[in-house]
Design a protein. Structure first.
Length: 131
């Protein structure tokens, strides 16, 4: 196990934890494909997590996108990129990022409907916390 592989493994696991994701190779293979990565086996992902191997560039870029960070930060180190909002900083779960991207691709009428559904869930959640 090389120092480079070991250091990458530590950065990857820390980034997964910050993103609220587990270290499940099964889930990472599925998410990797959805973020534009190349097909890879669960064993390959396990190797990345255990410091035995490094992903190819296409998968490194997909991992970085999934984890909301720059590929060079994941590969060489540095703090992960944070999504900035006018209200402060927050990290975006990769699954939420995919949901938001899918939402933005919907026609305006469907987006309006989903915003209404979300508002109703928020109201319901707020009401149930008060009782």
């Amino acid at each position: 196990m090389s120092n480079e592989h070991s250091a990458f493994s530590e950065r990857l696991r820390a980034a997964l934890q910050r993103a609220g994701l587990g270290e499940s190779p099964v889930e990472l293979v599925r998410l990797l494909a959805r973020f534009g990565g190349e097909p890879v086996s669960q064993q390959a992902v396990s190797g990345w997590l255990k410091g035995r191997a490094m992903p190819r560039q296409a998968n490194l870029k997909a991992l970085a996108k999934m984890l909301s960070m720059e590929p060079q930060q994941l590969q060489y180190g540095d703090d992960g990129k944070r999504v900035r909002e006018s209200r402060g900083e927050w990290r975006l779960d990769p699954r939420d990022q995919l949901a938001i991207e899918a939402f933005l691709q919907l026609p305006p009428a469907q987006r309006k409907l989903l915003r209404h559904v979300i508002d109703e869930f928020v109201k319901s959640s707020t009401t149930s916390r008060k009782t």
